[in-house]
Design a binder for this molecule. Structure first.
Ligand code: GCW
Length: 675
């Protein structure tokens, strides 16, 4: 049996039709026509619909509701009838799903006023045309690959095929996915990996763009715009030119013609996502041009069509000499982009990872967020659990993301300015800011490999729509919708596991902000020194005297100096630097005492023992859910928890032994540490 996510046509019909609601649409002109293609509403209208608004019990209407965003809506009960009103038909899509969700949650559906926190709410797929997904942990791509095939090519080891082979063609699954995304407010999706290799380079030209268009049409029906990642070197690789210089007229003409043809095939195409001069991808540096030159070349080509270019700030030197203690990968985004502030076109967006390194279990806010003053920005998250347990270990990420976006950016004139407000303030065009996140879905029956990893996709959408929600509220919502038939106590057990899971994972994978102690080949499991003495960066510098990276201005890499003055002052001082990030910013002796009175070494031991204890507790509590939730979900999570336990034990024992050997300091509680 295929295990769907909470929202599917059956659920919608149950929630709406079984109660014999009568839905009508009081839309006008163009809007009425476009609303009818918004799939679910259109389907619902076919049956319980009455065309006379006077007798409808639910009315969807386009009208001015006086909200800032044209995606916002209001829901009110007027004379016994529920009215969902928004300025555009897109708003009605969100209003409709919101109403549905509230009904399913048993929440009041009156006096609702809702509009999104972020205008762009995007999902980025790292799907590749061979069907594999870079950093994907839930099976093959839902877009690419062959029907029913289990083939797994290595990245780059992909024979060129014809178009019919490259696209999976499972439109039903794409439609289910689009519905799900729309239901949590997502309005943009990029289909392919930012590392654009081999066949994927050709997705932007005929005949493949016509196949992309088939997918884009499905997303359009749910008010979601489709984007593609492009290879900066495409003019050379597939265009027959001998340069990709962003200031060269022939290169610009090639991109213009390519973009024009894309819009012929996909009139509401969103635009491009570009990873350039990063981890081996080509970019403007090869021509002595800046990243603004590169981004603006795409922006020019897209502009007349209303398209945008999303340019990634994830640019760093992955050929570092570990011998040079001044080199610091954390500094890279700021160093590469800060001086370009104000130089990007109005329809260009700079997309910045929320932390300065790379989606680690524990990272401070990227200092570039706060430093740009005249640039459209998006913040990037990763729903796929690359460094957060591969959807084997349970890890509900909302606490981490929400903490990041609520951190002071330091850009306010008086007081705290969180990320949401800051993006608006820095924008050249306030409609072109938002959040993006790397997708975590695939062809696995339950979409995300680990059933509970669905909560991250749901939660990401909810956070983009309303970033004032708490992580716990979002978790509770997801559990009630997904395990709707389970008793309250069972739902609470699942919510508790989700709520505590991010801390649990961090407790064994990243003590005190120290990071990157992961296995080199796949970023799962413990590999304490796998990235030490390495061209990709050095991250913990443990020696016999202490541990952590000295990023101070006074004696370290100088990274802290990239933050606004007051924030930098707090971080620079080891006494005022938050303990949770201590080892990210400072190299301290093992005997250094934390604010709670524990020493650093004792904290490392304690959290690693506690991490395994928590996983044992998850296993105990999950066992009580047998026969109280569906068998498949029960078995899926039970199996993953056993694997997580093995992982947590390995982390505990390797880390504790390593740091015992480094420090020579015993555990104050005398627990078993292998010598
Ligand atoms: O985290 C790193 C990943 C790469 C990824 C890169 C990026 C798509 O390990 O797999 O490449 O980030 O964000 O571009």
């Amino acid at each position: 049996m295929v295990d769907h996510m909470w929202l599917e046509p059956r659920t919608i019909r149950q929630a709406v039709c079984d109660d014999t609601f009568f839905i009508d649409v009081a839309a006008v002109g163009e809007d009425a026509r476009s609303l009818r293609i918004r799939k679910d509403i259109a389907e619902l209208l076919q049956r319980p619909c009455v065309l006379n608004p006077a007798v409808a019990t639910v009315l969807l209407a386009v009208g001015d509701v006086g909200l800032r965003s044209d995606e916002g809506f209001v829901i009110n009960v007027v004379d016994g009838r529920t009215e969902i009103v928004g300025t555009t038909t897109r708003a009605l899509v969100y209003g409709f799903y919101d109403w549905l969700r509230r009904r399913m949650l048993g929440e009041p559906v009156n006096h609702v006023v809702s509009e999104p926190s972020q205008p762009i709410r995007m999902i980025d797929h790292w799907d590749q045309t061979d069907g594999s997904v870079e950093r994907g942990y839930a099976g093959e791509s839902i877009f690419f690959g062959r029907w029913g095939s289990n083939i797994h090519c290595e990245i780059g080891d992909f024979p060129e095929r014809d178009a019919s082979d490259v696209f999976r063609g499972d439109m039903r699954r794409i439609e289910d996915y689009a519905r799900y995304l729309a239901s949590v407010g997502i309005n943009a999706v990029c289909l392919n990996n930012v590392n654009v290799r081999r066949f994927a380079i050709r997705l932007i030209v005929r005949p493949w763009i016509d196949r992309v268009a088939q997918i884009a049409r499905i997303f359009s029906e749910f008010a979601i715009k489709t984007y593609l990642s492009v290879n900066f070197a495409a003019p050379k690789l597939i265009g027959g030119l001998d340069t990709c210089d962003p200031l060269d007229p022939a290169v610009n003409a090639w991109w213009q013609a390519t973009v024009d043809a894309i819009y012929d095939a996909i009139p509401d195409f969103g635009g491009f996502v570009v990873k350039a001069d990063s981890e081996g991808e080509p970019g403007p540096y090869a021509y002595g041009r800046t990243h603004a030159d590169g981004a603006n070349m795409f922006a020019r080509a897209l502009q007349s069509h209303g398209g945008i270019v999303i340019w990634r700030a994830f640019v760093y030197d992955c050929h570092q000499d570990w011998r040079d203690r001044k080199l610091d990968r954390a500094k890279a985004a700021y160093d590469n982009f800060h001086d370009l502030d104000g130089q990007f076109a109005d329809n260009a967006i700079l997309q910045i990872k929320f932390g300065p390194i790379d989606f680690q279990p524990s990272e401070p806010l990227n200092p570039l967020i706060g430093a740009m003053k005249r640039t459209n920005l998006m913040i990037e998250f990763q729903i796929a659990a690359e460094y957060l347990g591969h959807q084997i270990d349970v890890n509900y990420m909302l606490p981490q993301w929400l903490a990041a976006i609520r951190t002071d950016t330091g850009a306010g004139d008086n007081g705290v300015l969180d990320t949401g407000q800051y993006l608006q303030q820095a924008a050249v065009n306030p409609a072109l800011v938002g959040y993006a996140a790397v997708a975590n879905v695939g062809m696995d029956d339950n979409w995300t490999g680990h059933k509970l990893a669905q909560a991250n996709l749901y939660g990401y959408g909810r956070m983009c729509w309303d970033q004032s929600l708490s992580a716990q509220t979002i978790a509770r919502e997801w559990v009630s919708l997904t395990f709707a038939d389970a008793d309250t106590d069972a739902q609470q057990t699942i919510t508790w596991i989700l709520d505590t899971s991010n801390d649990t994972y961090e407790s064994y994978a990243a003590p005190l902000g120290g990071g990157f102690m992961v296995r080199r080949e796949d970023h799962y499991g413990v590999g304490i020194n796998d990235f030490e003495y390495d061209r990709w960066g050095t991250y913990h510098y443990a020696d016999r005297d202490g541990v952590g990276v000295d990023r101070t201005v006074a004696t370290g890499t100088g990274y802290i100096g990239q933050y606004a003055t007051a924030i930098a002052a707090t971080l620079e001082n080891v006494d005022t630097c938050p303990d949770q990030m201590l080892l990210f910013f400072h190299h301290v002796p093992y005997s250094h005492v934390l604010h709670d009175g524990t020493s650093v070494i004792q904290h490392i031991y304690d959290t690693h023992f506690a991490g395994v204890d928590m996983v044992d507790e998850y296993i105990r509590r999950w066992a009580t859910l047998q026969d109280r939730i569906d068998d498949e979900s029960f078995a899926n999570v039970a199996e993953r928890l056993q694997r997580q336990r093995r992982n947590a034990i390995e982390w505990r024992d390797q880390i504790n032994t390593y740091f015992y050997r480094m420090s020579g300091i015993a555990d104050s509680q005398g627990r078993l540490i292998y010598r």
